[in-house]
Design a protein around this ligand. Structure first.
Ligand SMILES: *Cc1c(COP(=O)(O)O)cnc(C)c1O
Length: 404
């Protein structure tokens, strides 16, 4: 039996390789940090600066988080060996749920193994065939998959385009024989990760009010550092109260291990505890992760220092790269796309960057539009000013090396 499939897969894998879209992994042999030792498969490791992690606040190897995780290993053991509703809930899990709610200013929070699972859980129990889900065209894959699991009518609007969002809201009125959708929700990423652009939340909330729709924001690329207290893009835009459902990850700024959440109005969370399938049928977060994430939230709530450092680094990088005549997408986020247009050129520059001691990744079609190939740089509070300047110098040298 397997012989046929083996041949087919071998051919398909060869096609991916030929198309230049095969994902090769680089092996890191140090903790995730601003400086890592990384190697392509089979080659020796070299120390490089890391400018492509979601480690925005530099917490991935922070000593306080590591200590909290070690203490939890001693006090609460390694694993829960259960889903939450059978015997997988420790006091720590409830404490983290309370702390996330307090941090975001929401009523209740429910934990998941990942934000991918949170987005997979949230739609199916709340939205059925009489309902409408309106999704930004550039939303994260996990939102797209989660929405597919529900029986609701699906609508899509052009990225961050409020006119098109209005048109989709209008279209929901035809549902249910012209009675309109029973429940309507607008779903958006808080930050679009390929561009570093923020969703236009004030306009989205205004339209939601006008049409009686709910608003959901997946703030994975913002929670912990956007907004005055780090509560994310809704806080940044002053619309925190107007967002009904937040999802996010602990796997980026907040320590970078794993875990995600839905944080929302009380009844919404109560229903997800009863019916959210990834909650009911997948294991509890490990206590060490829960404890370290609590420490991450404490650090973020206790001081703006890391957020300030992150944005200072982003601003410095944007300024210096502009001075060196690189084309950047404008913005304020710590994601800074350096535009090359041509896919092969972006790939060659990224390879040269590694030779120049800086780890970055090139993205091209179909991940970004045709002709918009780029190197996506991500700043971190773990970087020093000297690290940022070294990255700029590496870009200058790599461009010169590739263009000859
Ligand atoms: C990273 C990301 C996720 C996935 O988070 P995990 O916790 O790693 O599953 C979901 N949504 C968005 C917008 C993300 O950027």
């Amino acid at each position: 039996m397997y012989t046929d499939l083996k041949d087919q897969l071998t051919a398909e894998l060869a096609e991916i390789e030929q198309a230049g879209t095969f994902k090769h992994e680089r092996i890191i042999s140090t903790p995730q940090s601003g400086r890592i030792t990384a190697a392509p498969m089979g080659r020796g490791g070299t120390e490089v600066l890391n400018f492509c992690a979601n480690n925005y606040l530099g917490l991935a190897d922070h000593p306080d988080l590591v200590a909290a995780a070690k203490k939890a290993l001693d006090d609460r053991g390694f694993g829960m060996a259960s889903v939450r509703f059978i015997c997988g809930t420790q006091d720590l899990h409830l404490q983290l749920e309370r702390e996330v709610s307090a941090f975001l200013g929401t009523e209740e929070t429910i934990l998941f193994s990942s934000c991918f699972d949170a987005n997979g859980a949230v739609f199916e129990p709340l939205f059925g065939k009489d309902d409408a889900i309106i999704s930004d065209a550039l939303n994260h894959a996990s939102l797209i998959d989660g929405i597919r699991l529900s029986k609701a009518a699906r609508y899509r609007y052009r990225n961050a385009d409020l006119e098109d969002l209005r048109a989709q809201l209008e279209a929901t009125r035809a549902q249910n024989d012209g009675a309109g959708a029973r429940r309507t929700i607008i779903v958006t990423d808080g930050v679009f990760s390929m561009d570093g652009y923020l969703a236009p939340l004030p306009g989205i909330c205004d339209l939601a009010d006008e049409y009686g729709a709910l608003v959901m924001v997946d703030d994975s690329h913002a929670v912990g550092f956007m907004g005055a207290t780090g509560a994310g893009t809704p806080e940044h835009f002053g619309v925190s109260e107007r967002v009904d459902i937040y999802t996010g990850t602990f796997g980026k700024a907040l320590g970078g291990a794993s875990g995600g959440y839905v944080s929302a109005r009380a009844e919404i969370v109560a229903m997800l505890r009863q019916k959210g399938r990834p909650y009911l049928f997948s294991n509890s977060l490990a206590p060490a992760i829960v404890a370290a994430t609590l420490t991450a939230l404490e650090l973020v709530a206790g001081s703006a220092e890391l957020r300030t450092k992150l944005f200072d680094n982003a601003e410095l990088f944007r300024r210096r790269m502009s001075e060196e005549d690189f084309e950047l997408l404008p913005g304020e986020h710590a994601i800074v796309p350096v535009m090359f247009g041509d896919a092969a050129l972006a790939g060659k520059v990224a390879d040269a960057m590694l030779d120049n001691g800086v780890f970055v990744t090139a993205f091209s079609y179909p991940v970004v539009p045709q002709g918009k190939a780029r190197i996506r740089v991500q700043l971190s509070a773990a970087h020093t000013e000297a690290d940022v300047e070294a990255a700029v110098q590496a870009f200058v040298a790599s461009r010169a090396a590739v263009q000859g």
